[in-house]
Design a protein around this ligand. Structure first.
Ligand SMILES: [Zn+2]
Length: 275
């Protein structure tokens, strides 16, 4: 699960003691620098990056993980040092320590936000980071840009012992998942669920219940999961966002999304109660 660990303490300014060991989350094109270890992968615990040779496009202090400083940096046009490789974050589930993976997701979002807010969105003046809050600030017009989060609701619809799963065009062959959609400006989460389910598969649902939430830093989503019961209507997919939707039972499940995802957790919870 991509969850910022409880023992992570966010901070904006680095500690004065720059000699102590620190975690480095170094990204290039959205991929994280890591290397193989005895069990899975490890991250640099010191500045292994040749900063003098390849200055990073940006560096950000993140805070501390179990008291140890965490830095993020973005490399450009660079090769990893010998023995190290840039890895896709989505492929790190079970290979990288879960707490480090959680901080890596946080780091990736901040690196992207910092890169995408170099100039004021209102007047075009170059922005500067603030020391007192996580923001990029325009001194010409006082507009502040904060890291962006895009809420997405996800809903597991069941009908007796059956679960509704659907296929989107971007899914791998044979893979199905629960329904999800972005929250529109002005909507409540409940309204988003009723609208998305009706738009995508043509049915009505009832008994919405909150399940859990999770960060999904690709690039800046917050997944908010619910469960619901089928109420009425005939399955009819929109053919655009959803190509196919079907009711499944536990012993005939299709291919499922990544164990890193909220969708996987929702589906596992269903299976645990309907085996
Ligand atoms: Zn401005």
């Amino acid at each position: 699960m991509l969850i910022l660990p409880d023992n992570f303490q966010p901070a904006i300014l680095p500690p004065a003691d720059i000699e102590q060991p620190a975690w480095w989350f170094i990204f290039a094109h959205g991929q994280l620098l890591a290397r193989s270890a005895d069990q899975g992968l490890e991250l640099p615990l010191a500045s292994v990056w040749p900063f003098a040779k390849w200055p990073p496009a940006r560096r950000l202090y993140l805070g501390t993980l179990q008291g140890r400083p965490c830095h993020a940096a973005e490399a450009v046009n660079a090769e990893p040092p010998p023995g190290w490789a840039f890895e896709n974050l989505r492929g790190l589930w079970t290979r990288l320590d879960e707490t480090l993976l959680g901080v890596a997701g946080h780091a990736l979002q901040l690196i992207e936000w910092d890169r995408n807010h170099q100039f004021c969105g209102q007047c075009g003046t170059p922005t500067e980071r603030r020391a007192e809050e996580r923001a990029r600030y325009c001194h010409a017009c006082q507009l502040a840009a904060y890291p962006r989060l895009s809420p997405v609701v996800m809903v597991r619809v069941t009908y007796n012992d059956k679960i509704l799963l659907a296929r989107a065009p971007r899914f791998a062959p044979g893979m199905y998942s629960v329904l999800a959609g972005f929250v529109e400006a002005g909507e409540t989460l409940e309204q988003t669920i009723h609208r998305e389910v009706a738009e995508e598969v043509g049915i009505q649902v009832c008994n919405l219940r909150y399940f859990a939430s999770q960060s999904w830093p690709f690039p800046h989503s917050l997944m908010i999961a619910f469960t619901a019961d089928y109420a009425s209507g005939q399955l009819q997919v929109d053919g655009r966002e959803i190509l196919e939707a079907r009711w499944f039972v536990p012993n005939q499940m299709p291919g499922l999304p990544s164990p890193m995802s909220m969708a996987w957790r929702l589906i596992q919870d269903y299976l645990a109660h309907h085996h």
